[in-house]
Structure formats: C-alpha cells, structure tokens
Write a protein that binds this ligand. Structure first.
Ligand SMILES: *Cc1c(COP(=O)(O)O)cnc(C)c1O
Length: 359
C-alpha cells in the first residue's frame, strides 16, 4: 500500500477507488481494443447514456453526447449553435475563458462580469437582440462560487429565445442539477464524476437539437448535427475514449442516485464551511463571504500568499494535496474539492491537520 495520500485538488481530482478494478476489468473483457462501430461499443454507449439519465436525473427527452473535454464543448457550442454571437455572464476565470474561446470563432460575442460576492441580477440584465446563446458557469471552479437554481430559471424565463448553456464541469454528478431549466449542460469527468481526464458529457434539450438542425453547420468533425446523427445509433463521429466511457459506465452503476449524493455533499459542504469559519483562525478566511453564492463542491480559502505556500507545503508533508488557487486567485487562495469520490474519513484527516496547525 502507498503511504497515506489524500487528494483534495478540484480537478483532475481523486478517482473512485474502484477505478483500479474497473481498469483491470476493461483489459480482461477486451474493451481496450474494441471497434467503435461494433455492437459491443454501441451496447456500452447506449447503456451509459441510460445510466447517466437515470443516475443524474436527466430528462428522458434530452440528448447526451460524449466529447473529450469541457473546452471542446465551448467550441462545439459556438461553432454549431451560434450564428452571430453569444452572451456570457461570468465572475471567474473559467467563465471568462469560455467567452475568449467564443470570440475567436464569433467575434461579436460579448459578456458581463458580476461580483464574486453577489448573485446575477437577472432583472437588470441587458442582452442584445440577435444573441443566440446565453452562457453561464454554474459552478465557477476558479473561485468557489455557484449560481443558484432559481437564477437559472429566472434567466430562462426572462430570455426565452436564446438557448441557455451551462458549464457544470465541477458540479455535474455532484449536485442535483435541474436540467429542465436550461438547454445545454456539460462537464468533463475529472471532477465530480471521479474519473480520469479525457472525456466529457454534453447534455442538450430537444430545442437545442432543433436549432442545431436549423443552422445545420457541418464543417467540423465535432459539429453538433454530425454528433447527433451518429448518436442516433449511440456512436461518435470519431474513435472516442472507449476506456473512459466504460469506466463511466461502471462508476455510474455503483453510484447512488444524484438526490442522495447531493444531500450528502451539501451537508458536508456546510460542515466544511462552518469548520473553516469557526475553528480556523490563523489568518485563513473563506474567499466567498456571501453564503448564498458559495459552491457546494469547491471551497476557496484565502490568505497571505507566503502563508499559503507554507500551508500547502506543510499539508504535502502530511500526505495531503490541497488545490492551488486559480486565475486571479492563484497566489492568495487554495481550493478544496468536495467531490463524491472523496470519503468522509478523508475530510476528518483534513480537519485534524488544520486543527493541529492553524486553529
Ligand atoms: C475544469 C473546468 C473546465 C475545463 O475542463 P477541461 O476538461 O480541461 O476542458 C471548464 N470549466 C470549468 C468550470 C471547469 O471547472
């Protein structure tokens, strides 16, 4: 056995312990060399889509696609669903990056930044006519904030024409997302799914597919209509990450329903927030002061950069990996993942560490 090593990095993050056995199983069952046009692949793919819908509460009439990453989803959505421009509402690095990618392809795309401590003010939002896609990041992994279910619903109600696209990379499979309240949701699997990187799940409403067909953009291997046509038979436009789809299948089989996972995670998030707020004093504080916008899956702790270096090094000596800060918060925060693959006992060890050195 390796020495105690705990990984709280919010992506890539700890994979489920069972992944070790599933990897061996994939080899033994000959999955690694199967053809992606074979019946065997189609069966795995079809079964995985069914499991995703069942375990994550995705509406039956929504479409599920496999891509390689969340970043690829940014491109797919812009290429295939944005004729003129998208509009991005963001408060952190991932949301901003999405806008930057969109602009490279559709230069008229624009965005508005909102305050880290505040909710999106939907009532006062100005969205130009001709906007094809409104883009939000449900869980901003870079700073540990999240957008509430109700805000997404308000957006949907106030702007019924553009499609609403949601980056849920660090919350899908952790939080019980209400898919019906937006058109497009996506996540790569190296966060809440507890799997190795190299695969993402893209979920689309019926009206998204309707729009994609209307626009009928077919220029790229990952054009959404081409993906849709192949997925009618549970196939992909290119040779996909078969191993990771297999692992996703196995992990989903073993996982409880999302309702249960959501309950456990949100409770654990609350305990962690309370812990850092009440028991840890030594110049460490929660980055997100407003409890209403705190993420359930990624905690961000703020402190003096020099001190944070010491905290991370000290943690590493104890076999604990903390997540570095990201983007604008790279130096003065560290992050802690609250993902389903990490078990409660690991957070006990984490708490003991902070109590011992920083209480
Ligand atoms: C990690 C992350 C991404 C990027 O994911 P890739 O799989 O590396 O493309 C995008 N958005 C958010 C919110 C993320 O957390």
């Amino acid at each position: 056995m390796p020495e105690l090593t705990l990984n709280f990095y919010p992506g890539p993050s700890k994979v489920y312990d069972q992944v070790k056995d599933y990897l061996a199983l994939a080899y033994d069952e000959g999955i690694l060399g199967i053809q992606h046009r074979s019946d065997k692949f189609v069966e795995i793919s079809k079964n995985t889509v069914a499991l995703l819908k069942k375990k994550l509460n995705i509406p039956q009439d929504y479409y599920v696609f496999f891509t390689s990453s969340a970043t690829e989803c940014w491109e797919i959505l812009t290429q295939s669903l944005v004729k003129q421009k998208s509009f991005h509402i963001y408060n952190g690095t991932f949301g901003q990056k999405w806008l930057e990618y969109a602009r490279k392809i559709r230069p008229e795309s624009s965005g508005v930044a909102f305050d880290l401590q505040a909710e999106i003010n939907v009532a006062d939002l100005q969205v130009a006519s001709g906007t094809d896609l409104i883009c939000i990041t449900q869980n901003e992994t870079s700073n540990g904030t999240q957008i509430k279910e109700n805000t997404i619903l308000n957006l949907f109600n106030r702007f019924p024409d553009p499609l609403i696209a949601v980056d849920a990379t660090s919350s899908m499979a952790g939080i019980n997302l209400k898919y019906i309240k937006a058109d497009i949701w996506y996540a790569s699997v190296q966060k809440c799914f507890g799997l190795p990187a190299g695969l993402a799940v893209l979920v689309c409403s019926p009206r998204t597919i309707f729009r994609a067909k209307q626009i009928n953009e077919r220029r790229y291997y990952n054009s959404l209509v081409l993906m849709y046509e192949k997925m009618l038979n549970f196939q992909t436009t290119h040779t996909p990450n078969v191993l990771n789809i297999f692992l996703l299948n196995k992990v989903l089989e073993q996982r409880p329903l999302i309702k249960q996972i959501d309950k456990d995670l949100t409770q654990r998030a609350q305990q962690l927030y309370d812990f850092f707020q009440e028991q840890i004093t030594a110049n460490l504080s929660l980055l997100v002061e407003n409890p209403d916008v705190r993420s359930y899956t990624v905690l961000s702790i703020k402190g003096d950069p020099k001190m944070l270096e010491e905290v991370k090094k000290n943690a590493a000596r104890q076999g604990i990996t903390l997540g570095n800060g990201y983007g604008a918060w790279a130096k003065n925060t560290f992050r802690i993942a609250n993902f389903p693959a990490i078990v409660d006992e690991e957070y006990d060890v984490l708490r003991d560490f902070f109590l011992k050195f920083y209480a």
